[in-house]
Ligand binder design. Structure first.
Ligand code: GLN
Length: 190
């Protein structure tokens, strides 16, 4: 199994480490030809303005959309969620990949100093709470019919979702030791 990790900016090395710990191969993606033979794609956390700009610059937008259409699983964390969303509410309109039928709002929890960790109930990962790390993360404001909410904050705000083989989280599993979310992603392959 070979997982392509979009390595334009952000927490891609941390995703590489998480996937390698689970015994799968990784390839860092910066150019379209590097997508050859990849079984799954991860879009890391970082800055969605930068990542969307560089995806466009390096000609990755169309190839990535095609892979999602073929049923290749995707995992997007934080900025990666924004890149996968159908649309982005205020404060900035971004040209995303439009892979998932979700509308997100960027920086919904405030600035970097307002980062927080919260134990999350994510039923698909089992009964043990998952350590959710939020760093200027987005929230999901609206979802289409085919989208399953995987987790919510205590106030009901959706912060993780799945649509078929596409998964997006507002938080950063790649920055934690808990590998269950990456394992769940790998289970969608094949
Ligand atoms: N605030 C960033 C954005 O809008 C996301 C932050 C993150 O990925 N930790 O892209």
């Amino acid at each position: 199994m070979k997982i392509g990790i979009l390595a334009l900016q952000g927490t891609f090395i941390e995703h590489v480490h998480s996937i390698k710990k689970l015994g799968a191969d990784t390839v860092e993606i910066r150019r379209p030809d590097e997508l050859e033979g990849v079984d799954g794609i991860i879009i890391p956390g970082g800055e969605s303005t930068t990542i969307t700009h560089l995806m466009d610059y390096y000609g990755l937008v169309h190839p990535l959309k095609e892979m999602a259409q073929k049923g290749i699983p995707f995992l997007g964390t934080c900025a990666g969620m924004i890149c996968m969303a159908r649309s982005v509410g205020s404060p900035v309109n971004l040209q995303t990949l439009e892979l998932m039928d979700i509308r997100v709002n960027r920086n919904a929890f405030g600035r970097q100093v307002a980062s927080f960790e919260q134990a999350l109930d994510i039923p698909v990962l089992g009964p043990r709470p998952f350590p959710g790390l939020f760093i200027r993360g987005p929230v999901i404001e609206d979802v289409g019919d085919g989208v399953e909410i995987l987790a919510r904050l205590e106030n009901g705000t959706p912060i993780a979702a799945r649509q078929g083989r596409l998964i997006a989280t507002s938080f950063h599993p790649e920055l934690m030791d808990d590998l269950r979310l990456h394992r769940y992603f790998l289970s969608l392959i094949g």
